[in-house]
Ligand binder design. Structure first.
Ligand SMILES: [Zn+2]
Ligand SMILES: [Zn+2]
Length: 401
């Protein structure tokens, strides 16, 4: 690891910030205390700060030298509706909410980078430190989209943007990224098969919504298997089926239900096939309902786009990462991952690169625990690596043409 002294000197205060944020988790668009803390620290560093962008988003701007070139660095601030099961001095003080995705760590790391750069401004240009709310919503009403729609890049026209995410399951300090599609889009759909209650002995007298829904579920999977090009990665998962009249909980009642609700989630790496999937599912469900004589409802909701890194910024990120963790610990052409991330909305607006930073191990012997697990905690040993990575990005960016 190649980490400079000012970064190491800042490690303990950044760790305190991280643990403070961890103890006070706030979920989507309610990051008021976190945003206020971020804004206060940035102002104390002498930056111009704007709050309330896209809800609770914050941007701090740092200028040095004379160049007007602009770089954007981004972190996410939100926690999850998960009840923490860790026994830590700094465990969540809010029942039912916790930082189970490490956004406390991402926010602290970016604040740490801001501190080192404000105190050692050896670059020529303008840096926007972007702290976004609500990364976790999974739909279009997320913080990344909200900030972009609120004019983030009109007011702070960064040429390139960079972000990182800690990643359990990858070795400590290992950095992975790729140019082009790296993470999937996420969309959701739901349908209802609608009929009438009937005596269970007389189901033949009216349309059966259970059978219609069961066949429609099957037909959705068949549509995916036979009518989507297998070269396009696509996942279709049925996440909810609600059926059965509660009347049947009582003895002696045998009644066919009037309604079945089905929900599903779609992930893909090909932006262009999302509308084909919507149209295909609509057709599949319509015709299955017709076959059974049920009424039906269908809706499809577009969530995060495919996360696509741009080639030049990916190269820059790989160089910046290599300077911290060494060539043997950087994979600049990783296999794409089918999860989704709302930084994709910012990357649709500006070229940039999102990286994964391996979390398993480190000096404290951090044990791997998956993101969104009630036992997860951010690995504080990543703090200096994350800060140094951002400093190297700054260096590479302002030295590039
Ligand atoms: Zn998450
Ligand atoms: Zn996350």
């Amino acid at each position: 690891m190649k980490i400079n002294k000012p970064v190491l000197d800042t490690q303990s205060v950044v760790t305190e910030w991280r643990r403070h944020i961890h103890a006070h988790p706030e979920t989507a668009f309610e990051e008021h205390q976190t945003a206020a803390m971020v804004a206060r620290i940035l102002r104390e560093l002498g930056m111009e700060v704007e709050e309330g962008i896209g809800g609770t988003g914050v941007v701090g701007t740092l200028k040095a030298g004379t160049s007007n070139r602009r770089l954007g660095l981004r972190a996410d601030m939100d926690a999850l509706f998960i009840h923490e099961l860790n026994e830590l001095d700094y465990r969540s003080q809010v029942d039912g909410k916790m930082h189970a995705c490490g956004h406390d760590g991402h926010t602290a790391i970016l604040l740490g980078a801001a501190k080192v750069l404000a105190e050692n401004p050896n670059f020529d240009g303008i840096i926007h430190f972007i702290f976004q709310p609500a990364e976790e919503t999974g739909d279009e009403h997320c913080g990344g989209n909200a900030m972009v729609k609120d004019g983030l890049f009109e007011r702070y026209p960064a040429e390139s943007i960079f972000a990182l995410h800690n990643m359990p399951g990858l070795p400590f300090g290992y950095v992975a990224m790729r140019s082009g599609p790296m993470l999937a889009s996420i969309d959701t759909f739901e349908f209802k098969m609608l009929s009438e209650n009937t005596h269970a002995a007389a189901q033949h007298s009216t349309a059966d919504p259970v059978l219609a829904a069961a066949q429609a579920i099957s037909a959705c999977h068949q549509f995916k298997a036979r009518y989507i090009n297998p070269a396009d990665a696509l996942i279709l998962t049925i996440t909810q089926v609600k059926a059965g009249d509660p009347l049947n909980d009582r003895p002696g009642v045998h009644v066919g239900p009037s309604e079945v609700l089905v929900r599903g989630t779609i992930y893909t790496l090909n932006e262009d096939i999302r509308s084909d999937v919507e149209a295909g599912l609509a057709k599949t469900i319509k015709h299955t309902a017709e076959l059974h004589g049920t009424d039906y409802e269908f809706s499809y909701e577009y969530g995060y786009p495919v996360l696509q890194n741009s080639p030049a910024e990916t190269q820059l990120a790989a160089k910046a990462a290599t300077r911290v963790v060494g060539e043997e610990n950087v994979d600049a052409d990783m296999h794409p991952v089918m999860g989704a991330e709302d930084f994709a909305f910012m990357l649709k607006a500006k070229p940039g690169c999102y990286i994964m930073l391996g979390a398993d191990g480190g000096e404290s012997g951090y044990l791997p625990c998956q993101l969104h697990n009630p036992h997860y905690d951010f690995n504080d040993d990543l703090i200096p690596i994350g800060i140094q990575y951002f400093l190297n990005v700054v260096d590479e960016f302002f030295e590039s043409e």
